[in-house]
Design a protein around this ligand. Structure first.
Ligand SMILES: *Cc1c(COP(=O)(O)O)cnc(C)c1O
Length: 383
């Protein structure tokens, strides 16, 4: 057999955990629910002492996550917010962060309502503009956090250009890679220091798990993040680690179908008279189209669109049959949401309106049902 490190990402995903349980040869790496581990003697350890600090099932998952993103250290958390919160604990009072304004609402909430009290300050900028990012950096800026494509408007940030800026200004460069996953976009290879995931979304992919991940490019930052996680405790339980590993095996296959379906749905939506705008980086007239082709190998399964008025948006959500009106994204099942009221409800209304997140904007997580069925459901719901 080929050395596993020489395999393609697709093959390595499928092979996650295979051959790692040497004692039994189990193909599916087992769940180790043990909270603690017997020491062979004083001063000796099997490598596992206590499950918050390390667990065999979590270890296999974490090594897999690091490998997928091309980093030195992966850490599995109980949610995406747990991963972000642990990461923000790296900073100190007085530190300033520059963050994408087209952002997951929960990230905004934790920074605005919790970390602000602890002395972290944040400037939200349009990270699709390198100049806007550069302008926001001050003497106390410690990090840049970029979400690309943005949420919910799918703006595309130039990951390599922002890496240059972070290097110049000595900023920690963090990318939320939830929307595209390492199958389509690998921020560490483009110069990022840390990747964060809500693994609740595409990585788990079945709307049945809440999980998060951090991957650090270098070992020193990885150790620092591990220290923070072990100290504060937001670990992913072993059974959920197993479920996430199982899901990762089909990630490449799922992403391919998500991308194909989303492009078909976006093209269809564009032709509908009741739809006034479609936001999907895979449409040729999307401002991030060319850049996406350079830095990612696909456009993903997320899109947003605007209908004529808020009443039509509400009516549509009510009429959906196949697609569920639900928060979250990235699962095999198609989901639609009204960001202004749900995922982004905690962003102040003036700020939301400035960004264009109004009540006629709908966000669609295109699932892996057949594209024809998804389109037929949208068609009947629009009527
Ligand atoms: C959902 C989400 C999060 C938060 O993750 P949870 O798993 O819900 O805690 C963070 N970033 C993005 C882009 C998300 O979509």
């Amino acid at each position: 057999m080929k050395q596993k490190s020489m395999l393609t990402l697709e093959s390595r995903l499928v092979q996650l955990g295979v051959g790692r349980d040497e004692r039994t040869g189990a193909i599916s790496f087992p769940v180790y629910p043990s909270a603690t581990y017997r020491h062979p003697a004083v001063g000796e350890s099997t490598g596992f002492d206590y499950t918050r600090s390390g667990n065999p099932t979590r270890q296999i998952l974490e090594e897999g996550l690091a490998e997928l993103e091309g980093g030195r250290r992966g850490l599995a958390f109980s949610s995406g917010m747990a991963a972000l919160t642990t990461l923000f604990l790296h900073f100190s009072a007085g530190d300033h962060l520059v963050v994408s304004e087209d952002l997951y609402g929960g990230t905004y909430r934790v920074l605005d309502q919790i970390f602000a009290k602890l002395g972290l300050s944040v400037t939200y900028v349009d990270t699709t503009s390198n100049a806007a990012v550069a302008q926001a950096v001050t003497g106390s800026t410690r990090a840049l956090l970029v979400e690309t494509p943005g949420n919910p408007l799918l703006g595309v940030a130039d990951l390599s250009a922002l890496a240059d800026l972070c290097r110049e200004r000595k900023l920690l460069y963090i990318v939320d890679n939830t929307f595209l996953t390492p199958v389509l976009q690998r921020p560490l290879a483009l110069g990022a220091d840390i990747v964060i995931h809500s693994a609740t979304k595409y990585l788990s992919g079945h709307n049945d798990l809440c999980a998060g991940a951090l991957v650090a490019r270098d070992a020193e930052m990885g150790e620092r993040l591990y220290f923070l996680q072990n100290s504060t405790g937001a670990i992913l339980p072993p059974s959920d680690c197993w479920l996430l590993m199982r899901s990762l095996k089909t990630l490449a296959l799922r992403m391919e179908r998500h991308c194909d379906n989303a492009l078909q749905v976006a093209r269809w939506l564009k032709q509908q008279p009741q739809v006034t705008a479609v936001y999907y980086p895979g449409l040729e007239d999307h401002p991030g189209y060319a850049l996406s082709q350079e830095q990612a190998s696909g456009f993903g399964g997320m899109l947003s669109f605007r209908v004529k008025d808020p009443q039509l948006a509400r009516k549509m959500l009510k009429n959906l049959r196949l697609i569920s009106f639900a928060e979250s994204l990235g699962g095999v099942e198609s989901l639609m949401t009204l960001p202004a009221v749900q995922t982004h409800g905690d962003i102040p209304v003036e700020e939301r309106e400035r960004l264009g997140i109004c009540e006629s904007l709908l966000r669609l997580s295109v699932g892996i049902e057949s594209a024809g069925d998804i389109i037929a459901d949208l068609e009947q719901a629009l009527k």
